[in-house]
Write a protein that binds this ligand. Structure first.
Ligand SMILES: *[C@@H]1O[C@H](CO)[C@@H](O)[C@H](O)[C@H]1NC(C)=O
Ligand SMILES: *[C@@H]1O[C@H](CO)[C@@H](O)[C@H](O)[C@H]1NC(C)=O
Ligand SMILES: *[C@@H]1O[C@H](CO)[C@@H](O)[C@H](O)[C@H]1NC(C)=O
Ligand SMILES: *[C@@H]1O[C@H](CO)[C@@H](O)[C@H](O)[C@H]1NC(C)=O
Ligand SMILES: *[C@@H]1O[C@H](CO)[C@@H](O)[C@H](O)[C@H]1NC(C)=O
Ligand SMILES: *[C@@H]1O[C@H](CO)[C@@H](O)[C@H](O)[C@H]1NC(C)=O
Ligand SMILES: *[C@@H]1O[C@H](CO)[C@@H](O)[C@H](O)[C@H]1NC(C)=O
Ligand SMILES: *[C@@H]1O[C@H](CO)[C@@H](O)[C@H](O)[C@H]1NC(C)=O
Ligand SMILES: *[C@@H]1O[C@H](CO)[C@@H](O)[C@H](O)[C@H]1NC(C)=O
Length: 825
C-alpha cells in the first residue's frame, strides 16, 4: 500500500515540475526547470545548460534523449545565470528575458498579437499564433522551423523563399557544449541561377561538399535520396527553392544534423526503442565526395582520379603517389583559330558552377555553337535533363569537382572543348578499330538468340567483321550494336571442349589445383603455351543456357586489376567451363600462414595487399551497373600474381544484385565459417555488409598472420577476433602484429588497419562501414574512425560452430552449380 502511494506522489511531483502542456497561453511564462512537451511526448522545450558549459539556452530536444538538442533560440546571446524566462512581450512576441528583464532573444514577428499563444507541435515545431483571431484559420505568425539551428527535422525546409528572402540553412554548433554558431554551414547556393546545396567551412571560405546542381529531376547527391526511411521533397518555382524530407515509417524518427566538426549525418531511431540513434547516412561518404578532391579537369571515380580525355596530370609524380590536388592540364593546348570540337564525358556530376553562364531556353545545339564562339568557354552541358534535355550551361576556366556516377540514374553528359589536333588524334585511333556490319538475323533463328550468342558467333569465326545484334526474345526487339563499343565491354572468346580436355590432360588429378566455390579448378596449358586456370562447373545445375550466358557476359564485364580476369568460356553439351588467368603465386593462405613465406610479406607488402583487396571489393560492390556480393571472401580466394599483387577470385558466380536491392536471403548458405557474418550464417541474410565482415576477418588475419578459426591463446578461449578485441580494449593493439614483422612498420598505419578490421567485424551489419568508407579509412583520407563495438563471434570456439568444416564444401558436393539463386530474388 505504502509503495503505491509513494509512486503516485512521484508522478504528481513530476507533473508539477513541467507544465506537461504543449501550449503556452497569454500571460503565462516558463522558467528554468519548466518545460512544454508536445502532445505525443516526442519533443520538449525549455531551458538547458549544455555539457560543461555554464551558459543557459532556450531549446527544443527529444524528450527521450534530452542531450539531442534540435533547436536553440538564443544561440548568439546566452546568459550566465539560470534566471531566464520565456514569455510574451507586450506586442505579443515570444521573448526570453534575463534576470534584469532585458530581452535576450525575441521571435521578431511583425504582427501585433492581442492574445498570443505558443505551441510545441508533435513535429518539433514551435509555433506562435494569435488566440483572439480564432476561427479565421490564422496562419502561424512565427515558427521555429523557419530558423533552423544545426538540425533538420522531418517537415522542415532547407532553402530560400525568393519572395521574402528568408533563408534556411544549417549552422553547426561551435563545440560539443557551445550552441553558438560555428564554422560549418550547409545550405542552398543559388548565386549562379541553378540551385545546389553546399557544405562550407566559413572561417576559411572553403567548400567541403556540394550536392551537384539541380538537373530538373534531382541533385546528383542528396544525403536522403537513397534510403527506405525518408522521402525527399524538392520545390523549385518562382517563389521558393527548398528541400525537406518526410518519414516513410511513422515508427522511425530521423534527423539530419550538421555536427560541430562539419559532418552531415542522417540519424534514425525507432520510437518504440527510443534512445539509441544510429547513423544511416553520412557525408562525405567517400573520398570522391570531398570537394575538388581531384583538382582541375579530372573525374573522381571510386576514390581514384582520372584526367578528362584530352588532359593529363599536371604533376605525374604527385599523381602516382595519389596526390591528385594539382589536377590535369591539356595534352595539346587550345588553338582557337584552327577549329575545335568537343569530347563527351558521360555520366558525371557536372563541374561546380564557378564561372558559368546559364540560359534555360537554349537547345544543346545552340549551346555548342555559343560555346564555340567564345574561346574561353571550356565546356557545356544541358541545364535540365527532362524531356531529352534542354537549356545551356557553359563553363569558363577549369572544371572542378566532377565525379563519376555509381548509379544508373545519376550523372549527366558534359561536353569538353579540345583542340582540333586532339580530336584528329582520337578520331584516328578509333577509325582503325571501327568495323561495323549490320546483319539482321531472321527472326526464326533470332528467337533463340541473346546478345551473347551473336557476339560469340562473331568471335569464333575470328572474323574482322563485327556483328552486334541484340535480340530480345520476349519483346521481339532487334537492336544493332556498334561492335566497337561492345567489344570493350564484352570480349570473351569461346573455347572448344577438346582444346580444354587436352590443356588439362583430360582434367587429370595432377592438374587439379583447387576447388572453387562451384567446382574443381585445374591448371591448363593451352596450345598457344598460355597457362590458364580452368574451372569446371559441376553439372546439372538446372540453370538454363541463356541464363548462364547472360551471367557469364556480366562477369566478363567485371574487369579490374584486383579481380582475376575471365579469359573465356566453353559451353558444350552439359559442360560449363570458365577459363581464368593463371596466378603464379597461388593464394594468400600459402603465404600468410606459412612460417617461411610469411617473411616475404613485409608490412608494406601486406598493406598493399589489403588496399588491393579493398579496391577489388569496392569495385564489386559499387560498380555502376551491377552490384556483386562475393559471399566467400577468404585468404584462399585471394590469388597473388608474380609480383604478389592480390586478385580476388571466385567472385564471378557470387550473387549479382539488382540496382536497388539491398539485402537478400538464401536458404542455402555458401561460405566458410570463420569468415561468415552472423546474420548470414544464422539467417542466410547477405548484403554488401556480410562481405565487409569477411573483409574485416581477412584484414586481421593478414596483420596477425594467424587464422581466425583455429586460433588459440594460452590465456583465453577467444578466436582471433576476440583476441584482437581484448588487445584493442587494453590499448595493446599493436601486439596483434605478426611477430615476424618485428618493428618494421608504420605504427599509425597498422593501428588504423586494426581499427578498420574491428569496425568491419562488428555484430550489426549497419554498424559496419561500407567499402567506400573502409577504403577511405585505410588510406587515411581524413576520416574520423569511430570506436569499434564488440565483434560478433567473440568467443566463437564455444558457440557451436566449432566443427571446423567449411559449409561450402558440403554444400557444393550436394548441390553444386547454382549460379543464380532464384530463392533469394
Ligand atoms: C484561447 O482563448 C480561449 C478563449 O478566450 C481560451 O479559453 C483558451 O484557453 C485560449 N488558449 C490559449 C492557448 O491561450
Ligand atoms: C492577461 O492579463 C491581463 C492583465 O492582467 C488581463 O487583462 C487579460 O485578460 C489576461 N489575458 C488572459 C487571456 O488571461
Ligand atoms: C567537461 O570538462 C572536462 C574537464 O575539462 C572534460 O574532460 C570533458 O570532456 C568535458 N565534457 C564535455 C562534454 O565537454
Ligand atoms: C539582460 O539583458 C540585457 C539586454 O540584453 C543586458 O543589457 C543586461 O546586461 C542583461 N542583464 C543581466 C543581468 O545579464
Ligand atoms: C511554389 O511551391 C510552393 C510549395 O509547393 C507553393 O506553396 C507555391 O505556391 C509555389 N509557387 C508558385 C509560384 O507556383
Ligand atoms: C521498432 O521496434 C519495435 C519493437 O522492438 C519493432 O517491433 C518494430 O518492428 C521496429 N520498427 C522498425 C521500423 O524497425
Ligand atoms: C556560391 O557559389 C559561388 C561559386 O559558384 C561562390 O562564389 C559563392 O561564394 C557561393 N555562395 C555562398 C553563399 O557560399
Ligand atoms: C538565351 O538564349 C536565347 C536563344 O538563343 C536568346 O534569345 C536569349 O536572349 C538568351 N538569354 C539570355 C539571358 O542570354
Ligand atoms: C567570353 O565569355 C566570357 C565570360 O562570359 C566573357 O567575359 C567574354 O567577354 C566573352 N568573350 C567574347 C569574345 O565574347
Amino acid at each position: 500500500m505504502a509503495k503505491i502511494t509513494f509512486s503516485v506522489f512521484i508522478i504528481v511531483s513530476m507533473t508539477g515540475l513541467s507544465l506537461a502542456a504543449d501550449t503556452l497561453g497569454t500571460n503565462h511564462s516558463i522558467g528554468y526547470g519548466e518545460t512544454l512537451v508536445s502532445s505525443d511526448l516526442t519533443f520538449e522545450l525549455g531551458f538547458f545548460t549544455p555539457g560543461n558549459s555554464s551558459m543557459s539556452f532556450l531549446g527544443i530536444w527529444f524528450k527521450f534523449s534530452p542531450e539531442t538538442v534540435v533547436w536553440v533560440a538564443n544561440r548568439n546571446n546566452p546568459f550566465v545565470d539560470r534566471d531566464g524566462v520565456l514569455t510574451f512581450s507586450n506586442v505579443g512576441n515570444l521573448v526570453v528575458l534575463n534576470q534584469s528583464n532585458g530581452i535576450v532573444w525575441s521571435s521578431k514577428s511583425s504582427r501585433f498579437l492581442r492574445n498570443p499563444a505558443a505551441q510545441l507541435l508533435d513535429s518539433g515545431n514551435l509555433v506562435l499564433w494569435d488566440n483572439s483571431s480564432s476561427g479565421s484559420d490564422e496562419a502561424y505568425v512565427w515558427q521555429s522551423f523557419d530558423y533552423p539551428s544545426d538540425t533538420l527535422l522531418a517537415g522542415m525546409k532547407l532553402g530560400s523563399n525568393l519572395k521574402t528572402g528568408l533563408e534556411q540553412r544549417l549552422t553547426a554548433w561551435k563545440s560539443m557544449d557551445d550552441p553558438s554558431p560555428g564554422d560549418y554551414v550547409y545550405g542552398l547556393n543559388y548565386s549562379q541561377g541553378l540551385p545546389q546545396y553546399e557544405l562550407v567551412q566559413m572561417d576559411v571560405h572553403r567548400k567541403l561538399f556540394r550536392t551537384g546542381e539541380w538537373d530538373g529531376v534531382q541533385f546528383f547527391e542528396v544525403s536522403f535520396s537513397k534510403n527506405p526511411v525518408t522521402v525527399l521533397m524538392f520545390v523549385y518555382n518562382e517563389t521558393e527553392i527548398s528541400f525537406m524530407f518526410q518519414a516513410q515509417n511513422s515508427q522511425l524518427l530521423s534527423r539530419l544534423t550538421l555536427s560541430y566538426v562539419g559532418a552531415l549525418q542522417v540519424f534514425v531511431v525507432n520510437r518504440s526503442r527510443s534512445g539509441v540513434w544510429s547513423v544511416m547516412h553520412k557525408l562525405p561518404t567517400d573520398p570522391c565526395d570531398s570537394y575538388g578532391m581531384c583538382g582541375a579537369n579530372a573525374v573522381c571515380d571510386l576514390s581514384l582520379c582520372e584526367c578528362v580525355k584530352g588532359f593529363m596530370p599536371r604533376s605525374p609524380d604527385e599523381w602516382l603517389v595519389r596526390d591528385f590536388s594539382s589536377g590535369c592540364k591539356r595534352t595539346i593546348p587550345l588553338d582557337c583559330s584552327k577549329g575545335e570540337g568537343f569530347l563527351e564525358v558521360e555520366k558525371v556530376k557536372l563541374p561546380d558552377l564557378l564561372e558559368v553562364t546559364v540560359n534555360k531556353s537554349m537547345s544543346l545545339k545552340e549551346c555548342k555553337e555559343e560555346c564555340l564562339k567564345n574561346c574561353s568557354c571550356t565546356a557545356y552541358a544541358n541545364s535540365d535533363i527532362r524531356g531529352g534535355g534542354s537549356g545551356c550551361l557553359m563553363w569558363y576556366g577549369d572544371l572542378i569537382d566532377m565525379r563519376a556516377s555509381e548509379e544508373q540514374n545519376y550523372g549527366q553528359t558534359l561536353y569538353v572543348r579540345v583542340s582540333a589536333s586532339e580530336l584528329d588524334a582520337i578520331r584516328d585511333r578509333t577509325r582503325r578499330k571501327i568495323i561495323l556490319v549490320a546483319v539482321i538475323l531472321s527472326s526464326i533463328i533470332g528467337g533463340f538468340l541473346l546478345v551473347g550468342t551473336a557476339l560469340w558467333f562473331v568471335k569464333r569465326r575470328k572474323s574482322r567483321i563485327g556483328i552486334g545484334v541484340l535480340f530480345d526474345a520476349k519483346t521481339s526487339d532487334i537492336t544493332l550494336l556498334d561492335l566497337e563499343i561492345t567489344k570493350e565491354d564484352i570480349d570473351l572468346p569461346l573455347y572448344d571442349l577438346p582444346a580444354i580436355v587436352s590443356a588439362t590432360n583430360n582434367f587429370s588429378d595432377d592438374n587439379r589445383i583447387g576447388a572453387g566455390g562451384f567446382g574443381p579448378v585445374y591448371k591448363g596449358n593451352l596450345q598457344t603455351g598460355q597457362l590458364v586456370a580452368v574451372k569446371r562447373l559441376s553439372r546439372s545445375s538446372g540453370q538454363g543456357l541463356e541464363e548462364f550466358k547472360n551471367e557469364v557476359l556480366l562477369i566478363a564485364r567485371l574487369q579490374h586489376r584486383n579481380l582475376v580476369g575471365l579469359l573465356g568460356c566453353c559451353i558444350e553439351g552439359e559442360e560449363r567451363i570458365l577459363l581464368y588467368e593463371y596466378m603464379d603465386n597461388k593464394s594468400l593462405n600459402y603465404f600468410i600462414f606459412d612460417q617461411e613465406k610469411s617473411l616475404l610479406l613485409t608490412w608494406q607488402r601486406r598493406f598493399d595487399i589489403i588496399v588491393g583487396i579493398a579496391r577489388g571489393l569496392l569495385y564489386l560492390h559499387h560498380d555502376s551497373k551491377l552490384q556483386v556480393i562475393h559471399r566467400d571472401l577468404k585468404t584462399s580466394n585471394i590469388l597473388l600474381d608474380g609480383d604478389l599483387n592480390p586478385k580476388i577470385s571466385d567472385f564471378g558466380l557470387a550473387r549479382i544484385f539488382g540496382a536497388n536491392q539491398k539485402e537478400a536471403r538464401t536458404k542455402r548458405v555458401i561460405g566458410t565459417y570463420g569468415y561468415m557474418a552472423p546474420e548470414y550464417a544464422i539467417d542466410g541474410k547477405f548484403s554488401v555488409k556480410s562481405d565487409i565482415y569477411s573483409f574485416g576477418v581477412l584484414l586481421l588475419e593478414i596483420i596477425s598472420g594467424k587464422r581466425n578459426r583455429g586460433f588459440s591463446h594460452p590465456s583465453h578461449h577467444h578466436n582471433l577476433l576476440g583476441h584482437a578485441w581484448l588487445l584493442w580494449g587494453e590499448g595493446r593493439a599493436l601486439e596483434l602484429m605478426d611477430e615476424c614483422l618485428h618493428n618494421s612498420f608504420d605504427r599509425n598505419q597498422v593501428e588504423r588497419c586494426i581499427q578498420v578490421g574491428l569496425l568491419c567485424v562488428q555484430k550489426f551489419p549497419e554498424d559496419r562501414p561500407a567499402m567506400c568508407s573502409a577504403i577511405g579509412m585505410i588510406l587515411n583520407f581524413g576520416y574520423v574512425l569511430p570506436e569499434p563495438k564488440e565483434p560478433a563471434y567473440f568467443t566463437e570456439r564455444n558457440s557451436g560452430y566449432s566443427d571446423g568444416a567449411s559449409s561450402k564444401e558440403s554444400s557444393h558436393t550436394q548441390n553444386a552449380v547454382t549460379l543464380t539463386m532464384p530463392e533469394g530474388r
